[in-house]
Design a protein around this ligand. Sequence first.
Ligand SMILES: Nc1ncnc2c1ncn2[C@@H]1O[C@H](COP(=O)(O)OP(=O)(O)OP(=O)(O)O)[C@@H](O)[C@H]1O
Length: 641
Amino acid sequence: MEQQWRTAFALVLYFTIHPAIFNVFTIAQETAAPVTDDAAALLSLKDSFTEGGDALSSWSSSPATSPCGWFGVICVSGVLTGLRLAKLGLSGTVNVTALSHVKGLRSISLNDNKFSGPLPPELSTLGSIRSLFLSHNAFSGEIPDGLFASMRHLNKLWLDDNQFTGRIPSSISNAHSKLIELRLEDNAFDGTIPTFDHISSTLKAFNASNNQLSGLIPASLARFGASSFAGNPGLCGPPLDSSSCGTAPSPAKSSEGPPMEQARSQTHINVVVGVVAAVLVLLVLVASLFCRRRHDHQENLDASAEAMESGTASVAAAAATQKEEKDSEATSGRKPVGASRGATGMAGLVMINEEKGAFRLADLMKATAEVLGNGGLGSAYKAAMANGLTVVVKRLCDMNRIGKETFDGEMRRLGSLRHPNVLTPLAYYYRKEEKLLVSEYVPKGSLRNVLHGDRGAEHPALDWPTRLKIALGIARGMAYLHAELAAVDAPHGNLKSSNILLADNFEPLIADHGLVPLVGVAQASQVMFAYRTPEGTQHRLVSPKSDVFCLGVVILELVTGKFPSQYANDNKGGTDVVQQATSAIVERREAGELAGDIAAPDTVQGMVRLLRVAAACVDANPEERPEMSEVAELVQEIASG
Ligand SMILES: Nc1ncnc2c1ncn2[C@@H]1O[C@H](COP(=O)(O)OP(=O)(O)OP(=O)(O)O)[C@@H](O)[C@H]1O
């Protein structure tokens, strides 16, 4: 244990300290238009539909009601943010001009309807939209190349299963793009696939299968696998088997392919070769620099390790850290953490939340430490510092690809969160090869331990009112995270009972949230619970609805008292709480599913209601799951009796 602790901080000491360049992340807050304007806009939209209007009978100006209560309208804190109008048989035109007046609108879903004809050109005026879902309609024709140029916040664009023709619009990837999901499959797009320079690294889901695309697949998109490109006879290059455009494409297509496209393919090859050569040269340079640095800092490392061996670990380590900080100060001209406050963290540890007081890397080094566990994202250590504050230090592994600015920005965003049910981290440490996240230690530990652990002193306290309070706190905290981290695809991404800590009064504290942007898809799909949803396991897709699914599992865990098999990697061990709850509801035997030790005549009704809320959250279809804010309201209703 001590060995591991020593290794952890020895590694920290090992690397030189660079100044933090803070990238203050601001989420544009636009003022919502008055409700009456939003209502008028939605009524104009409804008028533009020729079929399917019956489903929207609640959309009415008399009596005058807030559109937040209308069918398919999503509001967060009273602001109209989304329209969920899938599978309603809607057709006609879409009055986008009316929608452009709904200032808070972030998400539009018109999936599975009967819309046809070209996309309305006015879509380009929806500059604040994050998600646009138009799948499974009959939209057709060419999409103007610049249509998406001003949609700077677009995260998700689903155009699949329509009848689009012509080139894939290049404006999908513009300098401000933040796109993470792009679905183009099952259309008739032709020409080459754009290189998507600005979004190739942020894209997490991409599918262009079953079109008429041709030419070399951009190398930056090859990671999405062959199924994302299948069904395009003229496409070639990895990850398709036809690895060479000269040999593999079908003869018909390659002879039809215009010379311009072949020239482009050749340009792609040249660019890839050039980039690889440049990266190799750069690697050699970096390696030699790194070796020099390594030598300079070996002295400190040796001093620290030697002292630990002799039983004076903390003092020596702290001394080494101080030397490190002094060195840093001397070379960078900046003061170490603790010498200067305010923006906090000029070097070494960066404080992002000083509500529990400020501390330095040296204070952590002197702390008594113990290993708490090894989670999917890294190891967790408990460190009791001399100032009386006990913290948990988490080493985040496999995040080497994350640049400092991005990491700083994400950490500052997490540090600014304030909610009674969210555990805001205190500090972080960034080095390319080493990233630490420091949070307050919560003595009661995790919900998982209290619920399923040794069933020690705390377990009997988990009666029905306490479990309901825990469910409500988690739902409220999650609704807050979904509002604050709306730009993140899955604002938590790893919600499960081990990441819910229990404060002294059993108020839940959500931990380890907001890390999805820092974890690569490959690692995330292995270790983050949001990827265990049906859409996560099948298509590696995550969204805010993945968090809703995860919350559903936690609530089922609370109501049934069973350990979910969903937490196990291979789904073995534990109970399939999702399947059991779903069948129990269909067969109207919900009461049999409830935790026997707390189910009583006066609690059964509330428990069954909560079980039903959880079952809605774990619906296999993400679109059918309620929004997180709705879940919080539903649980609140149960708590209010
Ligand atoms: N701030 C904290 N206070 C008290 N216990 C904590 C704290 N943070 C984590 N723990 C506990 O430490 C243990 C290890 O945590 P860690 O987050 O590394 O693993 P995990 O939650 O099991 O997995 P994952 O990495 O997937 O979240 C868990 O039992 C967790 O509940």
